[in-house]
Design a protein around this ligand. Structure first.
Ligand SMILES: CC(C)(COP(=O)(O)OP(=O)(O)OC[C@H]1O[C@@H](n2cnc3c(N)ncnc32)[C@H](O)[C@@H]1OP(=O)(O)O)[C@@H](O)C(=O)NCCC(=O)NCCS
Length: 225
């Protein structure tokens, strides 16, 4: 199509980088992949989240309703369709994390804003039975590289409670920088909690986060196993 002025008429894709399947990447816990969340993830999603309430609830923003209501099997279809709607509008990348092809958590890139900002936040959780096995670090690395390439983003931010040492370790291993402290930022478990802001931009990720992780021996491509 032509604009009539001789210049080609270029339209940006509405949702660059979505849908996507990322990985595999091998870490001590197993083979990590990211793929879009599915309606049939419901039973495993609910089983893990009901079992891991204590481990998850102290880090997640408060929502209306009880933990059981919000994380029971019946809650998944509306969660999933809400995420899918946002993804179709190009505002969100809602990934399931799998380890050895089993559902093991979620990684979401949300609040995607394009134009001159090209920024988003990144959030994640991983099943307690996989904790410490490098899963979240691999997932953040895969998602960050994707967001900065096919996803067309320029900056990613993560906000973390200062007490969440595991999440801070994940971000630091993935090359995110500490930018500041947001006072009384989010309501978590009955109080307004301070959160550290971490961020990274395309300029800091020359060779890619995955390549750096592999180079440092924290992860491997499958054929190097
Ligand atoms: C945060 C979370 C996603 C990390 O997932 P994970 O797969 O265990 O992460 P990784 O194994 O990639 O890395 C975790 C790192 O934290 C370190 N860590 C974990 N607990 C720790 C502790 N109590 N003290 C110090 N380091 C700790 C691990 O040793 C590991 O670092 P290492 O590889 O250098 O040894 C997971 O704990 C989780 O889902 N927590 C609940 C939800 C949550 O906090 N989400 C993030 C909100 S910002």
């Amino acid at each position: 199509m032509s604009t009539g002025s001789g210049a080609p008429y270029v339209t940006e894709p509405q949702r660059p980088g979505w849908p996507a399947r990322l990985g595999p990447l091998v870490v001590p816990a197993g083979v990590v992949r990211l793929r879009p969340v599915r309606l049939r993830d419901g039973p495993e999603w609910s089983r893990l989240r009901l079992r891991d309430r204590e481990y998850l609830e102290r880090w997640e923003p408060e929502q209306p309703g009880s933990w059981r209501d919000r994380n029971g099997l019946a809650a998944w279809p509306s969660q999933w369709s809400g995420l899918r709607r946002l993804a179709k509008r190009g505002e969100c990348f809602p990934f399931a994390i799998t380890v050895d092809d089993e559902f093991a958590g979620q990684l979401t890139i949300g609040n995607v804003i394009r134009a001159a900002l090209r920024s988003a936040w990144i959030g994640y959780w991983v099943s307690s039975t996989q904790a410490g096995g490098g899963v979240a670090t691999a997932a953040v690395a895969l998602a960050t590289d994707h967001a900065f390439t096919a996803g067309g983003l320029h900056r990613l931010e993560a906000t973390v409670r200062p007490e969440n040492v595991a999440s801070l370790a994940v971000l630091e291993k993935a090359g995110y920088r500490r930018e500041g402290l947001f006072l009384r930022y989010l309501r978590v478990q009955g109080a307004w909690r301070d959160h550290l802001c971490y961020a990274t931009t395309v300029e800091e990720n020359g060779e890619g986060v995955v390549a750096r992780l592999v180079g440092s021996g924290r992860a491997a491509w499958p054929d190097e196993r």
